[in-house]
Design a protein around this ligand. Structure first.
Ligand code: I3P
Length: 109
């Protein structure tokens, strides 16, 4: 599965609150491949190699949990992703259907 998502980093590993200045929303082209969510910055080109930065942004979704962010009302269609090492991301999907589809796919891994 792939598509555009807007990401906010809420907590770094061990659940430590992500510091100010690193909490902004950023758009990525997201590719779910195996146990990894690849986040590609900029325009999506299938032939493009993942850059070093893209690899740094990649998220392991092994033993992670995705759920609708019902308590977050500033933007619509937002879900949480909590990873095995207690990182927390918010992802905004383009619509409710896409949000549900990402949640289902991530939790099915
Ligand atoms: C963050 C940015 C986010 C905001 C976050 C800010 O600043 O403005 O949009 O989250 O608030 O810290 P920066 O880009 O400098 O990291 P919201 O959009 O959810 O308000 P927060 O620290 O209360 O999460």
């Amino acid at each position: 599965k792939n598509g555009f998502l807007v990401r906010k980093v809420h907590a770094d590993s061990d659940g430590k609150r992500t510091p100010r200045g690193k909490r902004g929303w950023k758009t990525f082209y997201v590719i779910l491949k195996g146990l990894i969510l690849y986040l590609q910055k900029g325009e999506y080109r299938p032939e493009k190699q993942l850059s070093e930065e893209d690899l740094k942004n990649a998220v392991s979704i092994h033993h992670s949990l995705a759920m609708k962010a019902s308590d977050y009302s500033k933007r619509p269609n937002v879900f949480y992703l909590r990873t095995a090492d207690w990182r927390v991301y918010l992802f905004q999907a383009p619509n409710a259907e896409q949000m549900q589809s990402w949640i289902t796919r991530i939790n099915a891994v």
